[in-house]
Structures are given as structure tokens and as C-alpha cells.
Design a protein around this ligand. Structure first.
Ligand code: ASP
Ligand code: MG
Length: 497
């Protein structure tokens, strides 16, 4: 019997996140999972990888250190990335020839990185374009390492840089894909490989402009890369493998009894994704929804779990109860800092808030939540802890004259930071009548004695986000999960064929 041709096979895109590739052991587990998939004659996987967990943060911290002239700090970043990746290579790869070849390649790339850092140090600044070039190294390294592990398992795997596939505009730090060109590149470059029986291992997160300059799709953007490739091929499904069992009612590390939302519509999943980039990058839904491709969220640490299936809305046969069923999830993020900018009198106005947000946005910094307090004449900005120093520096520059204000300008302008905050969002997908979700969330927080530092609420009353002290996060999420009645497994409603 002849081998099935490409046309008979189901193409499926599988994206593995940073924790799924966090160590040699995890790389091996992913490679074994793919080997098993490849064994299924009808499936042809295309792999997309993130950088090893923490690598992108380190790369960015190194670039900022270089811009400040902190030679020792960027050198340490390079040394630690080199050591970590070489250790994975030596533990993972058994064949001396492959191990030697991949180690040499890793060393060469880290040498390139050091050269980039050195040029940033000479210039004394890092541009958004330079930062993208630096940030892309993590995915380059992990794709080569995984491809080698797959070759050792007898598969014809090949690492491919998405710079050859995904074409974007030049908004460095958060580039937008140019769809037609991307589709054309994917067809021309990826299809022939698949036809030859080669398993492509593509870098997530990065892309390139028409002129070939490296761009990135925004932090956490590897999910988006997978969706773009899935739509461009097109694939029959896109699977996002992480370290949790799909989209859950709460973070299972905080709430062990949290349950998986078995099925979601594209629309509902997009609403949830916007509140927690860790679960699923919010831009991921659009390309797959437009192409009608099902998206699965799976756990590489627990591959037999069915996870969450995200697909088209109204399906025939969906029970009335299921259609009415409310989906509520608690999405929490840690490792955040709160920056407050304000004046001590009424000279504060919303234009100052827009200036602050614009100045951070222009430098590619995410502000996952912000709120304005008119009575306190201040703006609360929630940023990632690792971005805190950089944000303060940018705001000090942008509001230099106000902060140094004297005489008429002496409005008591202040800029301060509170470390260690967390955000908790309660997101409900409204189905019919309003059941007072927001009021219930506030009551639960009151019962827990949670100190609410800032609040942001959707006008449709379907979601509310709180900024709270980090040390109260676990108790707050647990309290909300119980008080909102989410501990009841909804599998019976969701897991129907
Ligand atoms: N490595 C990138 C990041 O940390 C992209 C991703 O993991 O999706 O943001
Ligand atoms: Mg992610």
C-alpha cells in the first residue's frame, strides 16, 4: 500500500509554550508526543515553538542593561542563556555528532547576541527594532533544539524561522501581519516541505518586514503565530499546548478544584483571552475564527486531558441549557507593579493620562490595567515588575517639567511605585438576564477582606478587574471561586458530542 499523500492527511499546527520547553526533560516529552502523533498515519503536524520559559524576559533585560552601559549585566544574561541551552542540548541529544553540531550552532547564536548587545551599548540606546532583533533569539534556539531531538527520534524535522513565513508591517514590538503575503510565503515555503514529508519546527513570536527586518508580534505572541500559520496553510486544527488543562474557571495552581471549560465559542474565548494573556494570546482567535478552524487548548504535562475546544458558534443539537449556560472564569496575573502618577491638586486632567499611556505604548510596554482616580488626581498603571524600572524612566522623562515643577507649576506632581500587586478579573459571558455578577464579586472580596487598590469594570457589566496586593491573591481567587459557585464541575453541560 502506498503512503498516504499530503492531500489525504490532516494538517494540524501544534504550538508549545515556554514551560512545555522549560528543560531537557520537557523537550524530550514534547518530542515523544510529536513522535506519537506522527505515528498516526492520517496526521501531519506543523510545530510552532516559544522560547524556553523566562528566556525572552532575560533577553530584553540584557538589551536594557546594554543601553545603560551595564556591560557586566548583559554579559551575564548571555552567559546564563548559553549555559542553560547548552545544558539542555547535552542532556537531550544522545548522538555525539548531532550534539556537537547543535551546541556549536547555539554558541554561534549567542555570540551574535553578544555582538548585538555590544552595539546597543555603543549607541547607548535600544530602539524598538533592536529590541525585536534581540527578543527573537529565544525562539530561534528552541526551534533548533527541538528539531534535533525529533531527528534523533527518526523524524525528518527541520527548524524554520518564521521570518521566512510571516510578513508584517514595521511596528516593531507589536507588528501586524500582512495577510496575503504571509499566506503566499507559507504556501511557497512550508507546503513543499510538508509534501516531502519534512516536519517543520517554526519559531513562534517573530516575523519579518518585507525588507527582512526582524519584528515580533507582541509578548506572548507565539499563540498568534500558530493561528496565522494554521489559517495560511490551512490546517484542520490548531493546538496550543501549555502547562494547564485548557481554559479553566481559575488558575489551578491557586484553586485545585478549578474546572476546565470544555467548549467555548470563538467569541467567548476571545472575551476570556483579553483578560489573561497567559492562557491564550488575545489575537489568536481572529485568524482561526475567520478560517473556521477549531482551536484546542491542551496540557503538554497531561496530554490525555481533552482540554478546551474553541470553535464555531451555534451548532445544531446544542441543548437549550448549554446555550443559556453562563461561562464565568477568574483570570489572575501576578508579578505586577503599580505605578501612580498624579498631582496633589486639581491640575490633573485626562490628557495627562493619555500622555502617560502613549509614552509607554510607543515604547512597546504593556499596561495590562489602568484606572484613573479623579478624587485623588492620579492615574494608576499596572505594569509587569520587570518593566517597572523602564516605565519609571520613561515617565520621568515625559513628565520631567511637571515633576520638577516650581512656582506656577508646583502642583505637587508625584510618581511613585508600589511593588508586588496582582490583578484578578472576573469575566462572565452574559447569557440573557443579568445576575448581578459584578455585585457578587464585590461582596466576595468584602467577605475576604481583600484590599482593592484599583478597579476597572466593563460597561456591559460582564467583567470587572481588581488590582490587589499580591499577598492577597491566592485567598482572593479561592474566595471568589467558591462564592461565585464555580466549584461545580460543568463537564456535563460542556462535554457533549
Ligand atoms: N517568547 C515570547 C514571550 O515570552 C513569545 C511567547 O512565549 O509566546 O513573550
Ligand atoms: Mg503564552
Amino acid at each position: 500500500m502506498s503512503a498516504p499523500s499530503l492531500l489525504d492527511k490532516r494538517l494540524s499546527v501544534h504550538k508549545f509554550g515556554g514551560t512545555s520547553l522549560g528543560s531537557a526533560e520537557r523537550f524530550a516529552a514534547v518530542a515523544d508526543l510529536l513522535l506519537e502523533m506522527q505515528g498516526e498515519q492520517s496526521v501531519l503536524p506543523v510545530v510552532v515553538v516559544s522560547a524556553m520559559s523566562g528566556a525572552t524576559n532575560q533577553l530584553i533585560a540584557g538589551a536594557r542593561a546594554a543601553a545603560e552601559g551595564a556591560d557586566q549585566r548583559y554579559w551575564q544574561v548571555k552567559a546564563s542563556l548559553l549555559e542553560r541551552h547548552l545544558q539542555v542540548v547535552s542532556e537531550l541529544l544522545q548522538r555525539p555528532a548531532e550534539r556537537l553540531q547543535v551546541s556549536g550552532w547555539v554558541e554561534d547564536r549567542l555570540h551574535d547576541l553578544e555582538r548585538l548587545y555590544r552595539s546597543i551599548a555603543v549607541l547607548g540606546e535600544v530602539t524598538a527594532r533592536g529590541l525585536d532583533a534581540v527578543s527573537s533569539f529565544g525562539e530561534l534556539l528552541s526551534s533548533h533544539i527541538l528539531a534535533a531531538a525529533l531527528r534523533e527520534r527518526g523524524l525528518r524535522a527541520q527548524a524554520i524561522s518564521a521570518a521566512e513565513l510571516i510578513v508584517t508591517d514595521d511596528r516593531f514590538g507589536s507588528a501586524r501581519p500582512l495577510w496575503r503575503e504571509t499566506q503566499q510565503q507559507v504556501q511557497q515555503r512550508l507546503r513543499p516541505l510538508l509534501e516531502q514529508g519534512i516536519l517543520p519546527v517554526v519559531t513562534g513570536y517573530l516575523a519579518a518586514t518585507r525588507q527582512g527586518a526582524i519584528t515580533t508580534l507582541g509578548r506572548g505572541g507565539s499563540d498568534y503565530s500558530a493561528a496565522l500559520l494554521g489559517a495560511a496553510l490551512p490546517a484542520s486544527e490548531v493546538c496550543i499546548w501549555s502547562d494547564v488543562d485548557g481554559i479553566l474557571t481559575a488558575d489551578p495552581n491557586l484553586v485545585p478544584e478549578a474546572s476546565t471549560l470544555g467548549e467555548l465559542t470563538y467569541e467567548d474565548a476571545a472575551a476570556l483571552a483579553y483578560f489573561g494573556a497567559d492562557v491564550l494570546h488575545p489575537k489568536t482567535i481572529r485568524p482561526v475564527a475567520a478560517a473556521g478552524i477549531p482551536l484546542r487548548l491542551l496540557n503538554s504535562f497531561n496530554p490525555s486531558h481533552p482540554g478546551t475546544l474553541v470553535w464555531a458558534p451555534a451548532r445544531p443539537g446544542r441543548s437549550e441549557q448549554a446555550a443559556k449556560d453562563r461561562r464565568i472564569a477568574i483570570i489572575s496575573s501576578n508579578g505586577l507593579a503599580l505605578i501612580r502618577l498624579g498631582s496633589s491638586d486639581d491640575s490633573w486632567n485626562p490628557l495627562l493620562a493619555s500622555r502617560a499611556l502613549q509614552c509607554l505604548g510607543a515604547s512597546g510596554l504593556d499596561v495590562p490595567m489602568f484606572s484613573q482616580s479623579f478624587s485623588e488626581h492620579s492615574l494608576n498603571l499596572v505594569v509587569r515588575q520587570q518593566d517597572q524600572e523602564h516605565c519609571l524612566k520613561l515617565l520621568e522623562e515625559a513628565f520631567g517639567s511637571e515633576l520638577a515643577g516650581k512656582g506656577e507649576d508646583a502642583n505637587g506632581f508625584h510618581l511613585d511605585v508600589r511593588l508586588e500587586v496582582a490583578t484578578v478579573s472576573v469575566v462572565g459571558i452574559p447569557r440573557g438576564r443579568d445576575d448581578g455578577l459584578i455585585a457578587r464579586a464585590f461582596t466576595a472580596l468584602g467577605r475576604q477582606g481583600t484590599r482593592v487598590i484599583a478597579v476597572a469594570q466593563s460597561s456591559g457589566e460582564s467583567s470587572v478587574s481588581f488590582c490587589i496586593p499580591a499577598e492577597q491573591l491566592a485567598a482572593t481567587v479561592r474566595g471568589l471561586h467558591t462564592d461565585l459557585g464555580l466549584a461545580v464541575p460543568d463537564a456535563s453541560v460542556l462535554r457533549h458530542a
